[in-house]
Design a protein around this ligand. Structure first.
Ligand code: SF4
Ligand code: SF4
Length: 387
């Protein structure tokens, strides 16, 4: 049985969040638990979600008040605390500054790591990927505490504790992984291996204001008033997806792959939720990005063929597009999938869907939310799109 602490917190007030997190640690075992988690003066790396350069109140990134509350507690156990991330697009230092994380870190003497230096890691007990280049600062840390933001995600349906560590892959190397792992299932296996390689020790999920709809960057803020913490990343994620509307955690690709690979605790019956009752915290009318719904035919080739035909497509919201070309820039696929074409007096992206691997990097990193995911008619007929 794996413990997670589920806490209700309705404001980004640092004193209140600190109080809640202390309650959470108390439920998990108090000072003794913390001493084991953070041996005295060990090197602790905090990994917030800094997806891109976003302003302080943005629901895209981990809130600076959660970050500060975590630092206050962690600093009682170690003086060697650092933080870092590698955004999907843009400079990590600028992302840390604009989101308010850098100012907090400077006040507490927490060192910034830009995650540009990588180290090669070999993982013999992997599910899928044995060879890794990961951010040296994350790999070298004795304790890695991930601080994800609870959001929807076009490819993985949901992003939380497991997915947050994708930022431990430096810069443009992230795009390579999308090309190597074009389908969501293998991509999620890769994420699990990455967490093993980095050695993530604990997760504190910021779901005070979460993101619904066209996540992980262009959805809407949703007051979920939730913090979830625990040692098992999958148990934290499993609890989170049940709160936002997945009755079965196995309907989300990361948790399905984790369960199939026996990587962490996933099933509700194996998770002991401490603190708030899950039923009391369930969101009403949270707009999921994608809803699970597996279908199988006797012949696996038919299943795979149909999966390709029903997969959602990146689709332009014409009136929002500013013609910046970032979507074409971040697309990892070769030959070129997106070309910028003239449309009146501006440029718009045009997709060659025969080459698209549906990684949704274009959707994720469009600065104005001008790309959404849409199912084909067949996909809708098969009722895989239930939003
Ligand atoms: S879709 Fe988004 S990223 Fe692509 S050109 Fe338009 S605004 Fe830029
Ligand atoms: S067009 Fe978008 S979804 Fe398709 S491969 Fe490129 S980035 Fe991925």
């Amino acid at each position: 049985m794996e413990n997670v602490a589920l806490l209700k917190c309705e404001q980004y007030d640092v004193d209140l969040i600190e109080k809640k997190l202390r309650e959470g640690f108390e439920l998990l075992g108090g000072d003794e638990f913390l001493r084991k988690l953070i041996p005295k003066d060990s090197k602790v790396l905090l990994k917030p979600n800094m997806l891109s350069v976003e302003s302080k109140e943005s629901p895209v990134v981990t809130h600076y008040a959660v970050f500060e509350a975590v630092i206050r507690i962690v600093k009682e156990y170690s003086n060697y605390v650092s933080f870092g991330d590698s955004p999907g697009f843009g400079d990590s230092r600028k992302a840390a500054e604009k989101s308010g994380l850098m100012e907090v870190a400077d006040r507490y003497g927490v060192k910034f790591e830009d995650f540009k230096e990588s180290v090669h890691v070999r993982l013999d007990n992997s599910i899928l990927c044995k060879s890794w280049n990961v951010a040296k600062a994350a790999y070298d840390a004795d304790v890695v505490i991930t601080l994800p933001k609870l959001k929807t995600h076009a490819m993985a349906y949901y992003t939380g504790a497991v997915k947050n560590q994708f930022g431990c892959i430096p810069g443009t190397q992230k795009a390579t992984w999308h090309t190597r792992m074009p389908d969501a299932n293998n991509f999620c296996k890769m994420l699990l291996d990455l967490n093993t390689a980095v050695g993530t020790n604990f997760a504190i999920l910021d779901g005070i204001i979460a993101m619904e709809g066209n996540g992980p960057k262009s959805g809407q803020a949703f007051n979920l008033n939730t913090l979830i913490m625990g040692q098992s990343l999958t148990a934290v994620d499993s609890t989170a997806v049940r709160i936002i509307g997945y009755d079965n955690p196995l309907d989300t690709p990361v948790l399905k792959e984790a369960y199939d690979s026996n990587w962490g605790v996933v099933l509700p019956k194996d998770i002991n939720i401490l603190g708030e009752k899950l039923e009391d915290m369930k969101a009403k009318n949270f707009k999921l990005c994608r809803k699970g719904g597996n279908f199988y035919f006797i012949n696996p080739a038919v299943t795979n063929f149909l999966r390709g035909m029903i997969a959602p497509n990146p689709t332009l919201i014409q009136e929002k597009c500013i013609g910046c070309g970032r979507c074409a820039e971040v697309c990892p696929e070769k030959p070129v999938v997106i070309t910028m074409v003239k449309n009146g007096d501006k440029l718009n992206p045009k997709w060659n869907m025969n080459e698209c691997i549906r990684c949704f990097c274009c959707q994720e990193l469009c600065p104005v939310g001008a790309i959404e995911t849409k199912y084909s008619t067949l996909g809708r007929l098969l009722k895989l799109n239930k939003r």
